[in-house]
Design a protein around this ligand. Structure first.
Ligand code: ME8
Length: 506
């Protein structure tokens, strides 16, 4: 099977991570784990985007050296990833020397293609977005002009290197038309197409008014525009420029998973840089939606910015992961609240899958001496259908929430089977048949645990431990290898606790 390279956006470490960052990391992690369970060799990269004016200003406001701010905050992002069980293969920091080298290499490749020229930039810049905007894109705000994202803009005038973005207008449109999977979901593809059709101007790609960035090769006083180096992180992680074997294996990336606010950078600027440097384009750029708190944008002034590590401590990592991926229609905006997390986790995890496992395994412990009974009388098994097949095709379209729905249809069928067959009562009238029901239910719990493992990895592993499954029997290939009757199972334990609403709702 082909290797699979997936990346998240790299976050600005100008403050601590919030739930939006956690959401992106969790979604990317679930996709990475899904591909690993499907047997692919996966590289999953995430990290922090440490250069640019936004970082300089944040450090100035806090009165600390910018390198110190970056190091401290980057540590919080990594700690968040570790707390949420994010299985990244590499956490990249753009201040690493190796990344500077890759950024200078792509710069030189673009220069070699005659796509860079020195001129003067005069126009609007949003530090919050680290983006240049054309006059026609701005909107009127209370205190003056704002970017289309609603952030303040400032007039900027300085000597700058320019990238010939205009030259790539038609090649980009051609690529998008020929590769329907390049920008997803479709609404984002339409937005990008419209933006490109509106005409592309050459892009200012270096700054001279500060020096916190990657130095432009051979041009004293210039540092690269932060997005040039930020986007290049994906190549650094694939061994660019020196490691040809790594590049052949991992590039082009299969998926850049990013938020909807930064699709333009990934679907216009990035492919243009790559075309210029004569490198292959990523297969898919997916712009996910935004996570809102009770339907409202998170902001420090509303006071609804929640620390994702605290949220995971309150509800459990797997409950949070499951909630976010099940509740949000992937690609669209979604909303969270303590009530919604508790309701969803209790219904699907505690009462759904958890209860089924607990009831079945405790009867086996109590009545069968903890030994998995055999089905000697051909008891009917629950009919789940081809869940893996359905989930695989839904995941090919990154329909994560629908994939979970399909798996929980299996949980519903298995619970219905268990209730209808009532093995606790059958034990008295027809013990052989009761054994068959227990066997089939344990087998279905095993299958469901494997099927949900990419979303709730720690809990699924606990379930598989309770079924005495070895670590090498937890991928999708193991679905075809049913449980062996006669194995001894460890003492059952609850895997998905029932949650209560915390006194102070998140
Ligand atoms: O944009 N809900 O960094 P960032 C969901 N450094 N996702 C959200 C979100 C929310 N409320 N808020 C932000 C940057 N995000 C650049 C990226 S990539 C080469 C450079 C997402 O820290 C956002 O869309 O502002 C982005 O994908 C990621 O979090 C990091 O945002």
């Amino acid at each position: 099977m082909d290797p699979y390279y997936i990346t998240t956006a790299i976050s600005y470490p100008n403050g601590r991570p919030h739930i939006g960052h956690a959401y992106e990391a969790i979604a990317a992690d679930a996709i990475a784990r899904f591909q690993r369970q499907a047997g692919r060799d996966v590289r999953f990269q995430t990290g922090t985007d440490e250069h640019g004016l936004k970082m300089v200003q944040a450090a100035r406001d806090k009165g600390v050296p910018v390198a110190d701010l970056a190091a401290e905050m980057s540590g919080y992002f990594r700690a968040m990833d570790d707390a949420l069980n994010i299985s990244y293969d590499r956490f990249i920091r753009t201040t690493e020397p190796e990344h500077h080298k890759a950024s200078q290499a792509i710069w030189q490749a673009m220069a070699a293609n005659d796509d860079l020229y020195l001129s003067r930039y005069e126009g609007w810049y949003s530090v919050r977005d680290e983006a240049f905007y054309e006059e026609k894109e701005l909107v009127d705000g209370d205190g003056g002009k704002l970017s289309p994202q609603g952030t303040p803009v400032e007039w900027t005038a300085e000597e700058s290197w320019f990238f010939r973005l205009s030259k790539y207008q038609q090649p980009l449109l051609d690529h998008i038309a020929a590769n329907p999977d390049f920008i997803r979901p479709e609404s984002r593809r339409n937005e990008v197409t419209k933006f490109i059709e509106g005409g592309l101007m050459d892009l200012s790609v270096s700054r001279t008014s500060f020096d916190w960035g990657v130095k432009v090769p051979g041009s004293d006083g210039h540092v690269m525009y932060v997005w040039v180096d930020a986007l290049t992180n994906y190549l650094t992680g694939a061994g660019y420029p020196d490691n040809a074997d790594e590049q052949a294996k991992w590039w082009p990336a299969d998926l850049h998973l990013i938020g909807k606010d930064i699709v333009r950078f990934h679907a216009v600027y990035w492919p243009a840089f790559l075309l210029s440097a004569k490198l292959a384009l990523p297969k898919t750029v997916f712009g996910h939606g935004f996570l809102l708190h009770r339907g409202e944008k998170m902001s420090k002034s509303i006071g609804n910015v929640v620390d994702p590590i605290a949220l995971a401590e309150t509800f459990g990592v797997d409950a949070l992961r499951y909630f976010l991926l099940r509740e949000v229609s992937f690609g669209q905006d979604g909303s969270y609240s303590a009530e919604a997390i508790v309701t969803r986790a209790n219904a699907d995890l505690a009462n759904g899958l958890g209860n089924l496992a607990q009831r079945c395994l405790s009867i086996i412990a109590k009545n069968c001496g903890g030994v998995l009974p055999a089905d000697t009388v051909d008891t009917p098994a629950p009919e789940l259908g081809d869940i893996l097949g359905n989930v695989t095709s839904l995941m090919a379209d990154l329909k994560l929430n629908e994939a979970l729905e399909a798996i929980w249809e299996g949980v519903r069928i298995a619970n219905g089977y268990f209730a209808e067959m009532a093995p606790w009562a059958l034990r008295k009238t027809d013990p052989a048949r009761a054994d068959g029901v227990l066997y089939h239910t344990a087998e279905v719990v095993r299958q469901l645990a494997i099927l949900v493992r990419w979303v709730v990895p720690a809990s699924a592993d606990k379930l598989l431990d309770l079924l005495a499954q070895t670590p090498d029997a937890r991928d999708f290939a193991a679905l075809a290898m049913p449980l062996q009757a006669g194995i001894t199972l460890p003492a059952p334990q609850g895997v998905f606790p029932r949650l209560d609403l915390p006194a102070e709702p998140a």
